[in-house]
Ligand binder design. Structure first.
Ligand SMILES: *Cc1c(COP(=O)(O)O)cnc(C)c1O
Ligand code: SF4
Length: 446
C-alpha cells in the first residue's frame, strides 16, 4: 500500500503569503499607513520614473557600491526605469544582487553580459506581421492589438522594448489622441476579417487604459459578429494589485465587459504576468478574490528568467501559489531574443527540465505550457516540439506548419551557458553560419 502520510501544514509554502505592513521596512515608506499603501492613486503617484530618485530612495539602505553599479546598469539598459512602491518594498535590500524582483526591474552593470549575435529589438517580427500599426495578425483566428505603449512598471526584459516605455509622465493622454485614429483602423481591420475570432488587447498594459477606454474597446469588439474571445493583458495585477481594490472605475469597466460578453456568449478574460512567488502577497490575494467573486477568469503568462524562476523549487512554488489564488498558469515563455538582457536568458534545456518537474505537482489545468515564441514570427511553439536542438552550439530549430508553413525558425541558447566547445565557436564569426548549416543538416536526417 502506498498511502501517503499527511504533510505538515507549515510545509505548504504556497499558502504562506506575506502579510502586514512589510513596506515599512524601507525607510522611504516607513511612515506610510495601510490605507495609503493600499490606495492605487498613492501607488501611481509615488511610482519612481527617474534613476536619480530611485537611487535616492535607496541611500543608506544598500551599500554605495550597489548604487554605483545600478547607475552603470541603467545607462546601458534598453528600458526606462518605472518601479511602483509596492515592488520596491518587496525587494530584499539585504541581498539586492540575488533578489528576484531586483533582477527583473533594476539592472546592475556588473552582471550584464554581451548580447548574443543573433539578438534584436523586435525579435518576434511583430511589426512585419502588422497590417495596421499596433495590430499583429500572425495566426489565423487571433490577433494582438497593442492599444497603448505604457505600463505601470517597466521590465528590463520587455519583449516589446522596440515600442514600450519611451516616455512616462502624461504619455497616455498624448498617445490617446494620436491613437484614436489608429484604434479605428485596427477595429475596421478586425471587423473585415471573418476568420478573426480572438483579440488580445495588450500594449503596453491595459492597466494604463482609463475605464471608459476599456469599455470602448470591449464594446467595439463585442459588437463584431466574428469576435468570440477577448483577453485584456495586464502585468498590473502583479506589480500594483492595489488598483483592483481601489480603482472602482477600472475594475467595474473590466467586470461589466466580462458580463456583457457573457450575455452575448462571448468570452472576456484577463491575462497577467507573475514571474516569482514573492510577487504574490496577501494584498494580491485580496485583489484576486475580488475578481473571482465577479466571475473574472485570470490566466498567467510568465517569462522564464535566469536567477528568478529557473529552478524547480521557484517555478514549482510560483505555479502552486498562482493556483492557490485562482490564477491559471497558462504559459511560461522561454526568454525572447531581446537586446541588453542576456544575463536573464536561460537555455532551452532549462525549460524542458522545469516542465518535467512541474507536471504532476498540481491540476493539469494549472500546469503551464512551456513555449518558445519563434524568433522571426513563427508564433508560440511548445518548447518540446523542436525539430533540432544542438546543446553544444545552443541552436534549436522549430517549424510552424499552421502559421508559416515551410519556414524554419531558429532559437539560440545564451552563449555563456554553453559548453566550452560551443562558446569557442560563437567567439569566431566565421563559425556562425556553419553552426546553422549543421543544425539544418540534422533536420534532413530525421
Ligand atoms: C501570443 C499571441 C497571440 C495569442 O496566442 P495564444 O497562444 O492563443 O495565447 C496572438 N497573436 C500574437 C501576435 C501573439 O504573440
Ligand atoms: S509589463 Fe509587459 S509590456 Fe510592459 S514593460 Fe513589462 S513585459 Fe513589457
Amino acid at each position: 500500500m502506498a498511502i501517503k502520510p499527511p504533510v505538515d501544514e507549515s510545509s505548504l509554502e504556497h499558502k504562506h503569503l506575506l502579510e502586514g505592513d512589510f513596506w515599512r521596512r524601507l525607510p522611504a515608506y516607513g511612515q506610510v499607513d495601510e490605507a495609503t499603501f493600499l490606495d492605487h492613486r498613492w501607488q501611481a503617484k509615488n511610482t519612481i520614473t527617474r534613476v536619480d530618485k530611485l537611487l535616492a530612495a535607496l541611500q543608506g539602505v544598500v551599500p554605495e557600491s550597489f548604487i554605483r553599479d545600478a547607475e552603470v546598469g541603467f545607462r546601458s539598459a534598453p528600458m526606462n526605469v518605472r518601479c511602483s512602491p509596492y515592488l520596491l518594498s518587496l525587494i530584499d535590500w539585504n541581498d539586492p544582487y540575488n533578489d528576484p524582483l531586483r533582477i527583473q526591474f533594476l539592472p546592475v552593470g556588473s552582471r550584464l553580459l554581451p548580447d548574443h549575435p543573433k539578438l534584436g529589438l523586435d525579435s518576434l517580427g511583430e511589426q512585419a506581421d502588422a497590417p495596421v500599426p499596433g495590430l499583429t495578425h500572425r495566426y489565423v483566428d487571433k490577433a494582438l492589438f497593442l492599444a497603448l505603449d505604457t505600463c505601470p512598471v517597466y521590465c528590463r526584459f520587455c519583449t516589446r522594448s522596440y515600442a514600450i516605455g519611451g516616455d512616462t509622465e502624461g504619455v497616455e493622454k498624448v498617445s490617446l489622441k494620436a491613437n484614436r485614429d489608429r484604434w479605428s483602423q485596427a477595429f475596421e481591420y478586425i471587423a473585415s476579417r471573418p476568420e478573426l475570432e480572438d483579440i488580445v488587447v495588450s500594449g503596453g498594459d491595459a492597466y494604463q487604459l482609463r475605464g471608459d477606454m476599456i469599455r470602448e474597446i470591449g464594446t467595439r469588439l463585442l459588437a463584431m459578429p466574428n469576435i468570440q474571445r477577448i483577453r485584456f493583458a495586464t502585468k498590473g495585477i502583479a506589480v500594483m494589485p492595489q488598483k483592483i481594490l481601489t480603482d472602482d472605475d477600472w475594475f467595474r469597466a473590466i467586470v461589466d465587459t466580462v458580463k456583457d460578453g457573457r450575455a452575448l456568449h462571448k468570452d472576456v478574460v484577463v491575462h497577467t504576468h507573475f514571474n516569482h512567488p514573492n510577487e504574490i502577497t496577501g494584498i494580491t490575494r485580496l485583489a484576486l478574490n475580488r475578481l473571482f467573486e465577479e466571475g473574472v477568469t485570470v490566466r498567467n503568462q510568465a517569462v522564464l528568467l535566469r536567477g528568478v524562476n529557473d529552478t524547480p523549487a521557484r517555478m514549482g512554488l510560483l505555479i502552486k501559489r498562482l493556483g492557490y489564488i485562482k490564477v491559471h498558469p497558462y504559459y511560461v515563455y522561454v526568454h525572447d531574443l531581446v537586446s541588453g538582457v542576456e544575463d536573464l536568458r536561460t537555455t532551452l534545456q532549462t525549460a524542458l527540465d522545469l516542465e518535467k518537474h512541474v507536471r504532476g505537482s498540481t491540476a493539469g489545468f494549472d500546469t503551464p505550457t512551456f513555449v518558445v515564441d519563434a524568433p522571426g514570427g513563427g508564433g508560440k511553439r511548445n518548447a518540446h516540439s523542436y525539430e533540432v536542438y544542438d546543446r553544444t552550439t545552443g541552436v534549436s530549430i522549430y517549424t510552424a506548419p499552421s502559421v508559416k508553413p515551410g519556414q524554419l525558425f531558429y532559437a539560440f541558447d545564451p552563449i555563456d551557458q554553453l559548453p566550452v566547445a560551443g562558446r569557442e565557436r560563437w567567439a569566431n564569426p566565421a563559425e556562425h553560419e556553419p553552426m546553422l548549416a549543421e543544425a539544418r543538416a540534422q533536420l534532413g536526417l530525421r
